[in-house]
Write a protein that binds this ligand. Structure first.
Ligand code: FAD
Length: 387
């Protein structure tokens, strides 16, 4: 019986690679309609542990700059490294793994529908779920869905709006040894805005203007002219890069939700952003997708089903939600919060917190720097609403 992975983007390819480690005794079909060009994608992330796809990372850094409240800091990352994986490199790493694994097949096709057993009469006779690709049904034992997602996704608490330029400068202006995780020296718009800089070489970088916005004002924050003007102003007046050429632009508006996603529908499991793996307080998903894929592959091999994966931590969701509530109500608070959280020589404790690996005691130590009453009020409000 077949396993279908719907979507061959970040989560589909990562899961497929992990399944080759402990191959299921059935065909694995990976379906993508080519709607998104993976070679144009790229993901930054931090990690403190080895992973199956580490060789896909082209750039690594062990220090970062932060600029907030008029202060610039250089922080080491402790046990962590920050890295950047280009979509083309991810695809080039995973493709040979799939080609040498018996039973793995990639096909071009549009997923029209995914129907779990019990929803439609007849499904469950040949398989436990049915995937309709270009009008043709395929019966599947398990379906991993990164394309349609649950029919009832939680409402967005905020939207992460960003526009980035992959650029080439005439002069050598970037220090390729140190990226800038956030720099608040950019006009505040309707949301909390900062710029993020990944230097790939002395003359090449990704410079991204990023805003955490309340859902009601996300379309204002996403105004492309305003974002481009902010990028140009940052390059001219803050980095003073001189002449440059934009090689490629990327932009998105990602809904952020601290509510859990109902990932499982019968024999269908949502993966990737459809599974709520975008961390609400950061907008990062890369490393969470790596860990989720390890857990799914291990669960299938050890239990014969893919569901022995960690549930999102309730405490961290509450804290993420409280942060989003505070910064969407008062955008200036993001800069203040980040300035205080990163007012240390190493970013490691904050990254451990964002990885949801801190204890309550460690979190209390981190949060002493924040206006406790405001966050406590936001967290209490969320807790009451979620009960
Ligand atoms: C521009 C951008 C930059 C980002 N940068 C970062 C970052 O630096 N770090 C980070 O951690 N996260 C980042 N993210 C967030 C997140 O990691 C990415 O969105 C990531 O690609 C999500 O993986 P996914 O598998 O869920 O979706 P995708 O990677 O988008 O994969 C979905 C795939 O499904 C295919 N598809 C869609 N619909 C259908 C259909 N009906 N039938 C068949 N195929 C279909 C698409 O062609 C695509 O290949 C970024 C997101 C965006 C949009």
């Amino acid at each position: 019986m077949t396993i279908v992975i719907a979507g061959a983007g970040l989560s589909g390819l990562t899961l497929a690679a992990h399944l080759t480690r402990r191959p299921p005794r059935c065909e694995v079909l990976i379906v993508d309609d080519g709607g998104k060009d993976i070679t144009a994608a790229g993901w930054g992330s931090w990690s403190d542990r080895p992973g199956l796809l580490d060789t896909a990372a082209r750039h690594h850094w062990d220090r970062v700059h932060v600029h907030a409240l008029g202060r610039s800091r250089l922080l080491d990352l402790g046990a962590y490294r920050y890295r950047y994986v280009r979509g083309a490199d991810l695809a080039a790493t995973v493709t040979p793994m799939l080609e040498s694994a018996p039973g793995f097949r990639r096909v071009r096709g549009h997923v029209d529908d995914i129907v779990e057993a019990g929803v439609e009469a007849g499904v469950g006779t040949g398989g436990a779920a049915r995937v309709v690709v270009d009008g043709e049904p395929t019966e599947a034992r398990w379906v991993f869905d990164s394309v349609l997602g649950p029919s009832d996704p939680p409402p967005a608490d905020a939207v992460l709006v960003f526009r980035g330029w992959h650029l080439e400068t005439e002069a050598e202006v970037f220090d390729p040894r140190v990226p800038t995780l956030f720099d608040f020296r950019t006009p505040r718009s309707v949301g909390a805005s900062f710029v993020y800089v990944l230097p790939f070489g002395g003359r090449h970088a990704l410079v991204e203007h990023t805003t955490f916005a309340a859902p009601a004002v996300a379309c204002v924050a996403a105004d492309s002219d305003t974002q481009r003007a902010a990028l140009a102003e940052y390059l001219d007046t803050v980095l003073r890069v001189g002449r440059y050429r934009v090689e490629r632009e990327e932009a998105a508006a990602l809904p952020l939700s601290a509510q859990p996603v109902r990932r499982r529908r019968g024999h269908v499991l949502a993966i990737g952003t459809a599974a709520g793996l975008l961390k609400p307080s950061t907008g990062y998903a890369y490393e969470r997708i790596q860990r989720d894929s390890v857990a799914i592959a291990d669960s299938l091999a050890e239990h014969g089903h893919p569901f022995a994966v960690a549930e999102p931590s309730r405490r961290h969701r509450l804290l993420d939600g409280a942060l989003l509530d505070v910064i969407t109500a008062r955008p200036s608070e993001l800069e203040r919060a980040f300035a205080r959280l990163f007012d240390r020589s190493s970013a490691e404790p904050v990254l451990r917190f964002l990885d949801e690996r801190t204890s309550v005691r460690e979190e209390a130590a981190l949060f002493t720097a924040l206006p406790a009453v405001e966050y406590a009020r936001a967290a209490a409000g969320r807790w009451r609403r979620n009960r």
